[in-house]
Design a protein around this ligand. Structure first.
Ligand code: HEM
Length: 151
């Protein structure tokens, strides 16, 4: 695997992004629990917080890091490498889940709870795709930075 040059400030930024991803995962679990308890408005609110928190990190950290480091260093260098495959699945699943999440939240604000009930099948798949993306984001962090932090 090509070794990416890593500065201290870069490690801090991606570690913050990792912590936010763990927090989003926690919000998804909590939001799901609220749905199980039939507290739909709170479920919608927690999912909306998860969507906007994740979107902030995607635009401030993940997209720049993807464009400036992951694509040139790993995807272009060897598209079939583990790092490249994990990062491409992580990014495409994350983008899909956030687009659908935004659609649910906007639908809720514009049309109320009625629209949410109609979309519950999509919500189930979104939760699975979103959680998979977050778990792969954690795997990516471990692959890329653990060696650098330990070394
Ligand atoms: C943003 C991402 C969201 C995710 C990942 C998500 C996830 C889920 C999941 C996994 C279910 C269970 C589906 C099933 O049992 O088949 C569900 C149901 C539901 N969600 Fe969401 N949800 C989201 C946003 C929202 C929003 C914004 C609202 C608006 C209040 C909402 C309201 C509901 C309602 C009313 C149900 C149906 C509950 C039922 O009939 O049992 N969800 N959601």
């Amino acid at each position: 695997m090509t070794q990416m040059p890593i500065s201290n400030s870069f490690v801090i930024i991606v570690t913050v992004s990792l912590l936010v991803q763990l927090a989003v995962l926690g919000l998804l679990l909590y939001g799901y629990l609220l749905k199980r308890r039939l507290r739909f408005q709170q479920h919608g609110f927690i999912m909306a917080v998860a969507v906007f928190l994740h979107l902030t990190v995607v635009f401030t950290v993940m997209i720049p890091s993807f464009v400036l480091a992951i694509i040139p260093e790993y995807v272009v260098a060897n598209v079939a490498s583990a790092t490249s495959v994990v990062s491409l699945i992580h990014a495409s699943f994350g983008a899909t889940a956030l687009t659908l999440g935004l659609w649910f939240v906007l639908g809720w604000r514009l049309k109320g709870l009625k629209g949410c009930f109609k979309r519950k099948m999509y919500m189930r798949w979104t939760l699975i795709v979103w959680a998979t993306s977050l778990l792969l984001g954690i795997v990516l962090y471990i692959i890329l930075y653990w060696a650098a932090l330990m070394g």
